[in-house]
Write a protein that binds this ligand. Structure first.
Ligand code: BG6
Length: 462
């Protein structure tokens, strides 16, 4: 088997430190990555030693032998990605690494802002670091682009055109790490393999759907990325709309890559913005040292899906930084039944909650008899904890993602039409120029949220 050289752009960034390098380490520990070498690049002058020192706290109990194995096979090179000459220097390092460690596959990972995607792609292609390869070619050259792919529909289009003019689609991975989460992979399976759900999955039975991605941490002062993107571009355009698409798509012919993507793209093309508010947490401007920043760190949106299945069903999306709770959850609220009881009506409608984080669980809320009384009900929950039953390492998502990219499996990659539709939705929200309300840290968001919530939606508020 050919070995693989991993060329990482953005190696000194937070994503590489917290997720990517720990995932590579775990893959070696788990003996899933054998013949490998690394070429790390970043804007700053640094060294392999300081790079690994920065990663170390992110990994519990390091195996020194493997750690040294990685260090020995690594080179760090500071690059200016906008300078064509940098890529010739990199090319020489690629050859040095390949000759020394006998690798021939190349995986380029762009863990940088999308502004740099086109210049990196041009640079590595012109310098022959990545060559156009036919499908199933051996060795292979693959390139990964972190989300968000672009800043709006127009820029995404320009980046895609730039990439498509030099590389084949099977070499390109526009990734969204949410698609590698076990429970997210489970959504379509749960829907389409359980007879009890799919017949009810429409506007006759579902009242509304709520998708929450709530985070407790503030933005790090080092993050130059976040302030030019904001919550809508950072997580709504990708993670949250991908969750919405998986929940709302029509049934694919088969539960595999291209069929699922066709259906996701189709449903995203029918989504429109109805209402919403934006917010910024108190202290954000100080955190990022930009006293006049108008970047939103919070968004609560009502979206509609204009098709037969979902007409009239609101989809509420809520996300924010520095909130009270760290959780990602999808709540599917069913309609209430007609009250047939004489004493009391069912206290709550049924709700299916798919919790993505912190733990991966499914919970179905039902009404059941209160043993203490005749004809009275209490809400009960049937719960299943996926993450208790199947224990996965913290870097599991990126381990899985890297393995899939190395296998050339594109199910972790988002197709460009999905990305385009998602940007269309986000662009339409920015065009509304919604006011940005300041909210207190450790709350559920701006106080103005109350004016936006419809009464129904309030039912699931903490
Ligand atoms: C990233 C965003 O894509 O996803 C971050 O850039 C966010 O801002 C993160 O914190 C959330 O991912 P997870 O897996 O921790 O829910």
């Amino acid at each position: 088997m050919n070995g693989t050289l991993i060329i990482l752009f953005g190696a000194t960034g937070e994503l590489s430190r917290r997720k990517l390098i720990p995932a590579l380490y775990r893959l070696i520990v788990e003996k899933k990555l054998h013949k490998v070498a690394f070429l790390f690049t970043g804007r700053e002058q640094s060294s392999v030693e300081s790079l690994f020192d920065a990663v170390q706290p992110e990994i519990d109990s390091i195996d020194q032998e493997i750690w040294q194995f990685m260090i020995q096979r690594s080179i760090y090179c500071a690059v200016d990605v906008s300078n064509a000459e940098s890529y010739n220097v990199l090319y020489d390092l690629v050859i040095t690494q390949e000759q020394q460690w006998h690798t021939s596959n190349r995986l380029v990972y762009c863990a940088v802002a999308s502004d740099f995607f086109c210049s990196i792609t041009r640079g590595i292609v012109n310098a022959s670091i990545v060559e156009y390869k036919n499908i199933n070619s051996n060795p292979w050259h693959h390139i990964v682009y972190e989300k968000p792919f672009g800043k709006d529909k127009q820029s995404a289009h320009a980046i895609n055109t730039c990439i498509a003019s030099t590389l084949a689609e099977h070499q390109v991975f526009r990734i969204d790490h949410y698609l590698t989460k076990e429970i997210v992979n489970n959504i379509a399976l749960i829907r389409f393999t359980n007879c009890i759900f799919e017949p009810l999955w429409n506007n006759t039975y579902i009242d509304y759907v709520e998708i929450i991605l709530s985070e407790t941490l503030p933005i790090s002062s080092k993050s130059t990325y976040y302030d030019t993107y904001g919550a809508l571009r950072d997580v709504v355009q990708n993670h949250m709309l991908q969750l919405l698409a998986l929940i709302a798509m029509e049934a694919p012919i088969k539960l595999t890559g291209e069929y699922i993507r066709d259906k996701k793209a189709n449903v995203l093309s029918h989504v429109s913005f109805v209402d919403g508010i934006l917010g910024q947490y108190e202290g954000y401007r100080k955190d990022i040292n930009r006293p006049a920043s108008e970047t939103e760190t919070f968004a609560a949106l009502e979206l509609a899906i204009n098709n037969k299945r979902w007409a009239g069903v609101p989809f509420f999306l809520r996300t924010g930084k520095c909130l009270q709770k760290k959780e990602t959850v999808i709540n599917i609220m069913f309609k209430s039944v007609t009250c047939l009881l004489t004493k009391q009506c069912p206290p709550a409608a049924n709700m299916l909650s798919i919790r993505v984080a912190p733990d991966a669980t499914f919970s179905l809320t039902l009404n059941a008899k209160n043993p203490a009384e005749i004809d009275t009900l209490i809400p009960i929950a049937m719960e299943y904890c996926h993450s208790c039953r199947f224990i996965l390492s913290p870097s599991h998502e990126y381990e899985f993602l890297l393995q899939e990219v190395m296998r050339g499996e594109q199910s972790v990659s988002v197709r460009f039409d999905e990305i385009e539709h998602a940007w269309h939705i986000i662009d339409s929200i920015y065009a509304k120029k919604l006011p940005i309300y300041i909210y207190k840290q450790n709350t559920i968001g701006p106080a103005e949220l109350n004016q936006f919530y419809i009464p129904l939606y309030k039912k699931t508020l903490p």
